[in-house]
Design a protein around this ligand. Structure first.
Ligand SMILES: *[C@@H]1O[C@H](CO)[C@@H](O)[C@H](O)[C@H]1NC(C)=O
Length: 149
C-alpha cells in the first residue's frame, strides 16, 4: 500500500513537473566571469521596517557585500500581514524600496508570492507598474531562472 502510494506520488510529481516546465517562462541571469553565482535567499519579510526588518536588512547588506551577491531570491510572504492592497500601496516603498538600501542589495530580486500575499491584491505584486517603480523588483507566480556565463 505504501509502495503504491509512493509510486503515485512520484508519478504525480513527474507529471506536474513535466507539464509546468513546458509552460513556465524562462529568464536569464548571467553568472560572474568565472562562472560562479551567489544568491541570497529571504522570505517572510515585509514589515515596514518593524519586527527587526530594518536590522536584518542592514546585516543582509553587510553579508551581500562580503559575499559579492549576484541576485536575491524571495520565497514569498513579501508584504505582511495581507500583501499589497494595489500597485499604489505605500507598503511597497515602506517594506521594500526604503528598507533594502545597501548598495550590495541593489540587485535583481526574483520574488514569488506567499499565502499572505494572496490575502491582498496578488496581481499588484505581479504588475509591471512595480517593476517601473523599483527596477530591483521582479515577481511572477512561477518561472524558471536560467543562469549561464
Ligand atoms: C528585535 O530584536 C531584539 C534583539 O534580538 C529582540 O529583543 C526584540 O524582541 C526584537 N523585536 C521584535 C519586535 O521582534
Amino acid at each position: 500500500m505504501r509502495a503504491v502510494t509512493m509510486i503515485f506520488l512520484i508519478l504525480g510529481m513527474l507529471l506536474v513537473h513535466g507539464c509546468t516546465n513546458a509552460e513556465l517562462q524562462r529568464f536569464e541571469h548571467h553568472t560572474k566571469a568565472d562562472g560562479s553565482l551567489t544568491a541570497l535567499v529571504i522570505g517572510d519579510w515585509g514589515r515596514k521596517g518593524e519586527y527587526n526588518q530594518s536590522e536584518v536588512a542592514y546585516q543582509m547588506g553587510v553579508t551581500a557585500e562580503k559575499m559579492d551577491v549576484d541576485l536575491i531570491i524571495s520565497t514569498g510572504d513579501n508584504f505582511y500581514p495581507g500583501g499589497l492592497s494595489d500597485v499604489n500601496d505605500p507598503a511597497f516603498d515602506k517594506s521594500f524600496t526604503n528598507i533594502y538600501t545597501a548598495p550590495s542589495l541593489q540587485k535583481q530580486w526574483y520574488t514569488v508570492l506567499g499565502n499572505h500575499d494572496y490575502r491582498g491584491d496578488a496581481l499588484a505584486q505581479l504588475s509591471p507598474v512595480l517593476r517601473g517603480k523599483d527596477g530591483n523588483w521582479f515577481c511572477m507566480k512561477s518561472y524558471i531562472l536560467n543562469t549561464g556565463a
